[in-house]
Write a protein that binds this ligand. Structure first.
Ligand code: DMJ
Length: 624
C-alpha cells in the first residue's frame, strides 16, 4: 500500500513526495483511488486457492463457493455408492467382523434418486455375507449354480429307467399340458381358468395382481421340459405382469404364489426378469409389518401399503399359518437383494413366537398384531395353522441345518402336538385332531395331510430311534390320508373319526375336493424317503381319479362330492393344481435327482427354493 501511495503522489502534477500540503480536490481523488484499490484487493481473495489463510479469515462458512459439477457433497456421496466395492476392500480382505470378504465388481447404482432406506441398506451391505457366493451387493447366479451339490434337473431330467414309471410320468406331463393349454386358450392373464364356462377368474385374493396360474406354473413347466409353454409364461411376465396394482391382497397368498413362484423361476433359470420382478414385489409387502408388534396383518393394499386384519378373524387378529409362512421367501429376498430387512422382519416374528407362553406347548391359530397375545385357543395342523409348522422345519433345512432355533421350535411344537393332538382311531388309524381350548375335535382337514411329508423330512435329528419314530408317524399319517381317498379315490375337504366314522366326511359341506395337493405331497416325500412302491401306486390311483372325475373338456375342475361317482364340478381349475398337485405327481414318478432334496426345499406352494449352503465358502475358494 505504501508503494502505491508514494507512486500516486510523486506522479500527481504539482505535488512532491515531501510536500504534503494537499488541495481538497487532490484529497478527493486520493480517497477515490484508495477505495477502488481496497475493493480490487478484496475481490481478488475469491481467486486465491482454498488454502490461503486470508481467504479463510475473511470468508465465513456460509459463503463457500457454489457447487460445480463433479464436486460437492451430494455428488461425492453418489460417487461413493457407484464405486466398485473391491476398490474399497481388496479381494480376500478380512472385515472388522472377521469375515473374509470376496468382493465382486461393484454394480453402478443406476438410480440416482436413492431413497433414504435404500441408501442405508447399501451401507449395510458391507456386512452381509451371502452364502450363495456373492458377499457384496450383487448376487452372483453363476456362483450360486456352481455351489449346488447336484444339477437341479438331474442327469437326465429325472427320467426314470423303468418304462412303466416313465409312462406314468409322461401321463402327468400330458395332464399339465392339457391344463395349461386350456388356461391359455380361455383364461390367459386371468388368475384361474373356469373350465366349464371356458373363461377366466380373477377373484380378490391377490389385490389386483393377475396371472396367478402363470406364475404358479413357471417352474412346473420348466422341470417338465414344456419349453414353449414356459417361454410363453416368461414372456407374459416380461410384458404383462403389472405389479402396480392398488387392490387388497392376502399377504400370505401373494407371498407363497407370486414371491415363491418368481423366486424359484429365477433360481432355476437365472432369468433376470424374475429377480427384478420379485424384488419389486417384495418391497411392496413390507408395509404390512408396520404394526406395534411387527406381526403383519393379513390383508395389504399393494398400492398404498395400508394393511388390516381379515374381517372374519376374531378381534382383529392375525393368522398363525399366514404370518408364520413368510420365512423361506423372505430370507431369499434378503439373499437376492443383499438387504437384510426381509430376514429381520421374519426373525422378529420368530422371536415373538419363541418367547410367548404357549398353552401346553401348543401354538393357537389367532394372535393380536397389536398386543402380541393369543386371541383364541384353537389349535390345528390343518387350515389356519398348517404351514407355520412346515416353515419351521423347512427354515432349518433351508439354512443347511444351521438355524438351531427353528429346529428347536419345530421339535417342541411336534412333541406338544403328539402329546395333545395325535390320536388313534378305533380302527387303528393315526390322525391329528383339532384342539379347542382343551377340548378335542376329532376331525382332520385335507390340508393337515401335508403333515405326513413334513414329519418325514423333519425326521433327521441325529438320534436313530427318534428318526425311526418320526418316519413311522409320517407313514401312519400318510396312510390315514390315503384311507380318506375313497370311493372315488379322491379325498374330502375334512374327515372325521367320531360318530362311528373312520376318516370319513360326515357333513355334506365337507365332501368337496378342489384339486388340492396335500395327500399327494406326502406320497412324494414318503417315496423319496423310503422308496416303498406303495406311494407310487397311491399316486397313480390319484392320477386315474383326477382323469376320471376332474378332467372336463376344457381343463380340470374340482368336484362337489367325493362320495358320488356322478361328478358335480365346481368350475374352477385352481392355480395350485398346476403348481403343486401336478408337480408332486411328476416328481413322484421321476428319479430322485430331479430337484434333489439335498439342494432344494419346496415352499408351501411347491416352489423349490435352494438351500443356503454354508459349505459354500469352501466351494468358492476353488470356484473363483
Ligand atoms: C396351497 O395354496 C398351499 O399349499 C397352502 O399352504 C395351503 N393350501 C393350498 C392348496 O391346498
Amino acid at each position: 500500500l505504501d508503494f502505491f501511495f508514494l507512486l500516486f503522489f510523486t506522479h500527481l502534477p504539482g505535488v512532491s513526495a515531501s510536500g504534503m500540503g494537499l488541495r481538497l480536490s487532490q484529497k478527493f481523488v486520493f480517497l477515490l483511488f484508495l477505495s477502488g484499490l481496497v475493493t480490487l484487493c478484496f475481490g481478488a481473495l475469491f481467486f486465491l486457492p482454498d488454502s490461503v489463510r486470508l481467504k479463510r479469515i475473511f470468508l465465513s462458512k456460509t459463503e463457500t463457493p457454489p457447487v460445480t459439477v463433479g464436486s460437492g457433497s451430494e455428488n461425492d456421496a453418489r460417487e461413493h455408492l457407484k464405486r466398485p466395492k473391491d476398490q474399497e476392500h481388496p479381494r480376500g480382505m478380512t472385515s472388522a467382523k472377521g469375515e473374509t470378504k470376496r468382493l465382486a465388481g461393484g454394480k453402478a447404482l443406476e438410480d440416482l434418486s436413492l431413497s433414504r432406506s435404500r441408501a442405508e441398506s447399501v451401507s449395510e451391505r458391507a456386512t452381509v455375507v451371502d452364502h450363495h457366493g456373492a458377499d457384496t451387493d450383487t448376487f452372483s447366479y453363476a456362483k450360486f449354480k456352481r455351489c449346488l451339490l447336484k444339477p437341479p434337473l438331474g442327469r437326465d431330467y429325472g427320467k426314470p429307467s423303468d418304462p412303466n414309471t416313465n409312462e406314468r410320468r409322461e401321463k402327468v406331463k400330458e395332464m399339465m399340458k392339457f391344463a395349461w393349454d386350456n388356461y391359455k386358450l380361455y383364461a390367459w392373464g386371468k388368475n384361474e381358468l373356469r373350465p366349464l364356462t371356458r373363461n377366466g377368474h380373477l377373484g380378490n385374493m391377490f389385490g389386483g395382481l393377475k396371472g396367478a396360474s402363470i406364475i404358479d406354473s413357471l417352474d412346473t413347466l420348466y422341470i417338465m421340459g414344456l419349453m414353449d409353454e414356459y417361454n410363453d409364461a416368461k414372456e407374459w411376465v416380461q410384458t404383462s405382469l403389472d405389479l402396480n396394482s392398488n387392490g387388497e391382497a392376502s399377504l400370505f397368498e401373494v407371498n407363497i404364489r407370486y414371491v415363491g413362484g418368481l423366486l424359484s423361476a429365477y433360481y432355476l433359470t437365472g432369468e433376470e426378469v424374475f429377480k427384478s420382478k420379485v424384488l419389486e414385489l417384495g418391497e411392496k409387502l413390507l408395509p404390512a409389518f408396520n404394526t406395534p408388534t411387527g406381526i403383519p396383518r393379513g390383508v395389504i393394499n399393494l398400492g398404498s401399503g395400508t394393511s388390516w386384519s381379515w374381517g372374519w378373524a376374531s378381534a382383529g387378529s392375525s393368522i398363525l399359518a399366514e404370518f408364520g409362512t413368510l420365512h423361506l421367501e423372505f430370507v431369499h429376498l434378503s439373499e437376492l437383494s443383499a438387504n437384510p430387512i426381509y430376514t429381520e422382519k421374519v426373525m422378529n416374528i420368530r422371536k415373538l413366537l419363541n418367547k410367548i407362553e404357549k398353552p401346553h406347548g401348543l401354538y393357537p391359530n389367532f394372535l393380536s398384531p397389536v398386543s402380541g397375545n393369543w386371541v383364541q385357543h384353537h389349535v390345528s395342523i390343518g387350515g389356519l395353522g398348517d404351514s407355520f409348522y412346515e416353515y419351521l422345519i423347512k427354515s432349518f433345512l433351508m439354512s443347511d441345518k444351521t438355524d438351531g432355533d427353528a429346529k428347536k421350535m419345530y421339535y417342541s411344537a411336534l412333541e406338544a402336538i403328539e402329546a395333545n393332538l395325535v390320536q388313534k382311531s378305533p380302527g387303528g388309524l393315526t390322525y391329528m385332531a383339532e384342539w379347542r381350548g382343551g377340548i378335542l375335535d376329532h376331525k382332520m382337514g385335507h390340508l393337515a395331510c401335508f403333515s405326513g411329508g413334513m414329519i418325514g423330512i423333519g425326521a433327521d435329528d441325529g438320534v436313530p430311534e427318534k428318526r425311526q419314530h418320526y418316519l413311522d408317524l409320517a407313514a401312519e399319517i400318510t396312510h390315514t390320508c390315503h384311507e380318506s381317498y375313497t370311493p372315488t379315490k379322491l379325498g374330502p375337504e375334512a374327515f372325521r373319526f367320531d360318530g362311528g366314522g373312520e376318516a370319513t366326511a360326515t357333513r355334506l359341506s365337507d365332501r368337496y375336493y378342489i384339486l388340492r395337493p396335500e395327500v399327494i405331497e406326502s406320497y412324494m416325500y414318503m417315496w423319496r424317503l423310503t422308496h416303498d412302491p406303495k406311494y407310487r401306486e397311491w399316486g397313480w390311483e390319484a392320477v386315474e381319479a383326477l382323469e376320471q372325475h376332474c378332467r372336463v373338456e376344457a381343463g380340470f375342475s374340482g368336484i362337489r362330492d367325493v362320495y358320488t361317482t356322478t361328478a358335480s364340478h365346481d368350475n374352477m381349475q385352481q392355480s395350485f393344481f398346476l403348481s403343486e398337485t401336478l408337480k408332486y405327481l411328476y416328481l413322484l414318478f421321476s428319479d430322485d435327482d430331479l430337484l434333489p432334496l439335498e439342494d432344494w426345499v419346496f415352499n408351501t406352494e411347491a416352489h423349490p427354493l435352494p438351500i443356503i449352503q454354508k459349505r459354500i465358502e469352501n466351494h468358492l475358494s476353488f470356484a473363483l
